[in-house]
Design a binder for this molecule. Structure first.
Ligand code: TRP
Length: 376
């Protein structure tokens, strides 16, 4: 993070400054995250807006156990500590890398069901969607003026996502979505952004935009505060085939699956031919992944589970994992089923969240206009 501070001293050098050394940035971000977590523990209850948090998801399909363990649980934990929480359904991000919107309404509805079932409380947290908050989107225009095409083209996450589209031309929306994401974060003056490692470049970009806005348009006044990434300490989970978890590979365990579907998916999971179960992430990634999954639900070290299963082999390991996942998700799934009976509720939650987000965004946009002298 010290590199960031140095950048402040060169306000006009906006070229190429954002993405320097990825692993050094990651190490620094991890350290900073640990400190941030501690600060939240100490102060969130008495000063909830100090750590205002914004996170979001693209509504592209069902959430899976990776989302649950890696982000949903953590959001709820922070909300319950008293952190003021904004949760964004990032619907405009869906069309960054595909030609069709698809069943967006359905995906949004399903996503909000998982938020609510996981314990995000619409009384305390604001759940809203991009497309329903015009003043948030308008912030993208002044923010684009603070960003160069070079830094966007160099953004490693944008590059990765473009590579995954298999030769699709780079759309203007994919190129500029980090700026849109800055608007997501800055419209509500969020200070804390819980993200995975892949999203760090976007938080850096957001920090640069906040800083440049203050310097160029606000005579150095702090209109926007630079947010901080809060990194998840949950290890990356693989799909049941040992590859990256992804909907299109059919290797996920979805939150909305039934206990039987979950059992079937785990039964079909890839393992290896060694009978004795041990936790060796490098040599035995598929077995290690199953142990990690069970460990996260059971709150136990994967090594301890491996020890317990021992010579029971893959079959017994899978029984343990199935039991852990189904038990761990029992409450979530029951609440989800209950909420599903009242489709009007999700609509109400979104309507109210959108209204709240619009109020906040209008205020921010009014400040931005005033600071830029654009009040006529
Ligand atoms: N890009 C994020 C993802 O793919 C979703 C997202 C949109 C987001 N806007 C955000 C995350 C703002 C954090 C902050 O998961």
């Amino acid at each position: 993070m010290t590199t960031t501070v140095t950048r402040d001293e060169f306000p006009d050098q906006i070229h190429d400054e954002v993405h320097s050394d990825e692993s050094a940035t990651y190490a620094a971000a991890r350290e900073r995250s640990a400190v941030l977590d501690q600060l939240i523990d100490e102060h969130a209850a008495s000063d909830s807006s100090r750590f205002r948090m914004l996170t979001g998801d693209r509504p592209t399909g069902p959430l899976h156990v990776g989302h649950y363990l890696g982000s949903l649980r953590n959001r709820v934990r922070l909300q319950d500590k008293g952190v003021e929480t904004f949760v964004l359904v990032a619907d405009y991000q869906v069309i960054t890398d595909r030609d069709v919107v698809g069943e967006i309404g359905h995906h949004v509805h399903q996503l909000v069901l998982d938020y609510l079932a996981a314990g995000i409380d619409p009384e305390r947290s604001t759940i809203f969607a991009h497309s329903a908050v015009p003043p948030l989107n308008q912030l993208v225009l002044p923010f684009l003026s603070l960003t160069t095409d070079t830094e966007l083209r160099r953004n490693p996450t944008v590059k990765d996502e473009l590579a995954l589209t298999g030769g699709r031309p780079l759309s203007g929306l994919l190129l500029t979505y980090p700026v849109h994401q800055a608007a997501d974060i800055l419209f509500c003056h969020a200070r804390v952004v819980p993200v995975g490692r892949d999203q760090l470049p976007h938080v850096e970009q957001t920090r640069a935009i906040a800083r440049r806005f203050n310097q160029r348009y606000a005579a150095g006044h702090s209109v926007f505060t630079e947010p901080e990434a809060l990194l998840s300490d949950v290890p990356l989970l693989l799909g049941t085939d040992g590859q990256k978890m992804s909907k299109s590979r059919g290797n996920t365990i979805n939150l909305r699956d039934t206990a039987d579907q979950t059992a079937a998916r785990i039964r079909g999971a890839r393992t290896d031919s060694e009978r004795r179960i041990t936790f060796e992430p490098i040599a035995r990634p598929e077995v290690a992944n199953l142990l990690t999954l069970a460990g996260l639900f059971l709150g136990e070290a994967p090594e301890a589970i491996a020890e317990r299963v021992g010579n029971g082999g893959a079959r017994q390991l899978k029984d343990v994992v199935t039991e852990a996942v189904n038990e761990g998700l029992r409450g979530h799934r029951a609440r989800r089923a209950e909420l599903e009976r009242d489709p009007g509720f999700v609509s109400t939650v979104l309507r109210e969240g959108n209204a709240r987000a619009n109020e906040v965004a209008e205020r921010t946009l009014a400040t931005v206009r005033a600071v830029m002298g654009m009040t006529y």
